[in-house]
Design a protein around this ligand. Structure first.
Ligand SMILES: C[S@@+](CC[C@H](N)C(=O)[O-])C[C@H]1O[C@@H](n2cnc3c(N)ncnc32)[C@H](O)[C@@H]1O
Length: 261
């Protein structure tokens, strides 16, 4: 069975089990970057998912708004982070009655903009919704990593996760669609008694560092830093005060850009 809905984003608790972050590394990493670049405390998290990061920021004195296309994620985020504002909205065309000190876009959410015009639309919206001097912070897969590395492309990765007493198994295959410049994914889920397997497909735009520099500049941002290590999903992972490595050979890319004053 093929299903266009997303099994993980439709089940936020399962999502958090599958991708645990018990020490809130992603949220703390962002606070480190905000501290290094002196942003204010009003944040917009684009593709906020379950609100796990937003909740941490909110508990640490930040005013947080989150948008996501998944109604289930937004519902869950509202429950997890009652002081935040969460809206079902699309990053490619969102329009909010507010301006933020920083916009975050984590765990490759940026790469759901597949086409050039979707990327332009997203960055135009970010520029409009961040104050002059405000920041755009993103963490995503690094397109340059795939130049010469097949590490993530060979074979099928199997993972099991238990949730509500049920053992879910996922088998994931990644491949590159060169013409569209997309990293495509097929993930097949099964669990005891599920009947048909559930097959879900997804894709991320592959962006290269120099390409990102150019589109950010064209969108009216200046790039303050672009680095592959350390981050919340790198090995070794980020820890407070880590130096930033700019070789950009790793599988993750982190960027900090600023709307000029
Ligand atoms: C990999 S999850 C990351 C969630 C969260 N940022 C985190 O780091 O845990 C990507 C999220 O982006 C959302 N998403 C996908 N396409 C989107 C779009 N066009 N606009 C807004 N959110 C989108 C998904 O629903 C999902 O919750």
């Amino acid at each position: 069975m093929h299903n266009d809905a997303n099994f993980l984003t439709d089940n936020p608790e399962l999502y958090e089990q599958q991708f645990p972050d018990p020490e809130h590394l992603a949220a703390r990493f962002v606070l480190d970057l905000l501290g290094r670049h002196g942003a204010g405390n009003k944040l917009l998290d684009v593709g906020c998912g379950s609100g796990r990061d937003a909740g941490f920021w909110s508990r640490n004195g930040y005013r947080v708004t989150g948008i996501d296309t998944s109604p289930r994620m937004i519902e869950y985020a509202r429950a997890q982070c009652p002081d935040g504002t969460f809206l079902v909205d699309d990053m490619r065309e969102f329009r909010l009655d507010d301006v933020f000190d920083a916009i975050t876009c984590l765990d490759s959410a940026f790469l759901y903009c597949h086409t050039n015009s979707e990327l332009d639309g997203f960055l135009e919206r970010c520029r409009a919704q961040v104050r002059p001097g405000g920041l755009l912070i993103a963490e995503m897969r690094n397109g340059a990593f795939f130049l010469g590395s097949r590490e993530l492309l060979d074979g099928v990765r199997e993972r099991s996760v238990s949730w509500n007493g049920v053992d879910y198994r996922s088998r994931t295959r990644l491949w590159i669609d060169h013409a569209e410049q997309l990293l495509r994914r097929e993930r097949i889920w099964d669990w005891p008694g599920c009947g048909d397997e559930l097959t879900q497909r997804s894709a991320w735009r592959l962006l290269f560092p120099q390409e990102l520099h150019r589109i950010l500049r064209q969108a009216g941002f200046e790039v303050l830093a672009m680095f592959d290590h350390p981050g919340p999903r790198t090995d070794p992972a980020w820890h407070p005060g880590s130096p930033l490595n700019t070789s950009l050979t790793g599988d993750r890319l982190h960027l900090i850009a600023r709307r000029p004053t």
